[in-house]
Ligand binder design. Structure first.
Ligand SMILES: Nc1ncnc2c1ncn2[C@@H]1O[C@H](COP(=O)(O)OP(=O)(O)OP(=O)(O)O)[C@@H](O)[C@H]1O
Ligand SMILES: [Mg+2]
Ligand SMILES: [Zn+2]
Length: 338
């Protein structure tokens, strides 16, 4: 398996983008009813499908044989966009083109539209543009020349100036839920003819925290044998032991996890689990759910979770107090069990 999985399995059609059903529905419907804005903002979690969707949209806007909003993927236009050889579609990485001059160049460029083609400018990492660059772009975002669509992509929309935000049609890319990530991993593993158990897929999905790209890259690493062993089950036991104030079991499990993870990472991961347990109390689905029988409502004592969380933050600070991280970890775990 020499190819990079995330590239090999990059969706080519809207229907292949997973875990973003509402957003995709909105985009396709806007496209079909001609209500798509000239300036769009795709924001949300890293590795959740923003660039992928922007490219599909660029194809859809240019496709010669579009069917129910989906680009055909076969026409000259689709094919050239796929390989990045279509002059109508430009992708600019704002992180390395932050200045006013770069923006002026973009604006200058889109004036020369190619007949019969829909210009699409994909501005990746849009929050990295300088303030001046944004100001230079404002007028164009408000009223791009006809036949031009701007798609701004960002993981950090709060860093965009309000005047930019207000000029864009906004589409949110949410964290992909862990069940969807798990199923996608299982499907891809099957296509690749590799063994991946439900449990392994689950644990990878858990670590990916909403990013399918992260999940795929961990899967890739684990398939090439270059990965730490699966610890999600151990964390489940550990959290249970702490919750039940069973220090003996907790220390035991921590000892096992420590063979593959650093002491600080263990405390940070515990923070995350307590956080998830707290969210479960409000009915939100979190990765913790995977470890309980379906249909069961998970009610934890919120005060206890809060204090466990606070304690973890304390313990994290203790790592700076002494170079002996094993002592901090073990004493910390005992403290969590008190
Ligand atoms: N919603 C999704 N459905 C299917 N595959 C996805 C999805 N999100 C991410 N992927 C996979 O992860 C890869 C990277 O996704 P993409 O580049 O679209 O993420 P992104 O949101 O633009 O991330 P970043 O914020 O880091 O730029 C894709 O090639 C694909 O394999
Ligand atoms: Mg991207
Ligand atoms: Zn096409």
């Amino acid at each position: 398996m020499s190819e990079v999985l995330s590239l090999k399995y990059r969706p080519q059609r809207f229907s292949e983008v997973v875990g973003q059903d509402n957003t995709i529905k909105q985009i396709v419907s806007a496209l079909q009813t001609d209500k798509l804005g000239h300036s769009l903002l795709f924001c949300g979690t890293r590795g959740s499908g923003k660039t992928t969707t922007a490219r599909i949209l660029a194809k859809a806007l240019n496709c010669e044989k579009i069917v129910s909003g989906e680009p055909c993927g076969e026409c000259t236009s689709c094919k050239s966009i796929e390989v990045g050889a279509n002059l109508a579609v430009s992708e600019i990485d704002a992180a390395s083109n932050t200045g006013v001059d770069n923006v002026r160049e973009i604006i200058e460029n889109i004036r020369y539209s190619v007949a019969g083609q829909h210009r699409v400018v994909i501005l990746d990492e849009a929050h990295m543009l300088s303030k001046n660059a944004f100001n230079a772009l404002l007028k164009t975002l408000e009223e791009p020349p006809s036949g031009v669509t701007f798609i701004l992509l960002t993981t950090e929309p709060h860093k965009l100036i309000p005047t930019v935000l207000s000029r864009c049609q906004k589409y949110e890319f949410v964290d992909i839920d862990s069940a969807t990530i798990k199923n996608t991993l299982l499907e891809i593993a099957q296509k690749e003819n590799v063994n991946l158990s439900e449990e392994q897929a689950n644990s990878l999905a858990l670590k990916a925290e909403g990013s399918l790209r992260d999940a795929l890259s961990v899967l890739q690493k684990s398939l090439s044998g270059d990965v730490s062993p699966d610890t999600a089950n151990e964390y489940f036991t550990l959290v249970g032991a702490i919750y039940n104030r069973d220090a003996v079991t907790a220390l035991d499990v921590v000892g096992a996890i420590r063979k593959s993870e650093e002491a600080r990472t263990i405390i940070q991961t515990l923070e995350k689990w307590f956080y998830w347990c707290a969210l479960e109390t409000f009915g939100q689905k979190t990765p913790v759910r995977n470890y309980f029988p379906e249909g069961r409502t998970l009610a934890f004592d919120l005060t206890r979770l809060q204090s466990l969380f606070e304690l973890c933050l304390d313990i994290e600070r203790d790592f700076y107090a002494t170079p002996n991280s094993k002592i901090v970890l073990d004493m910390g775990v005992i403290r969590l069990c008190l």
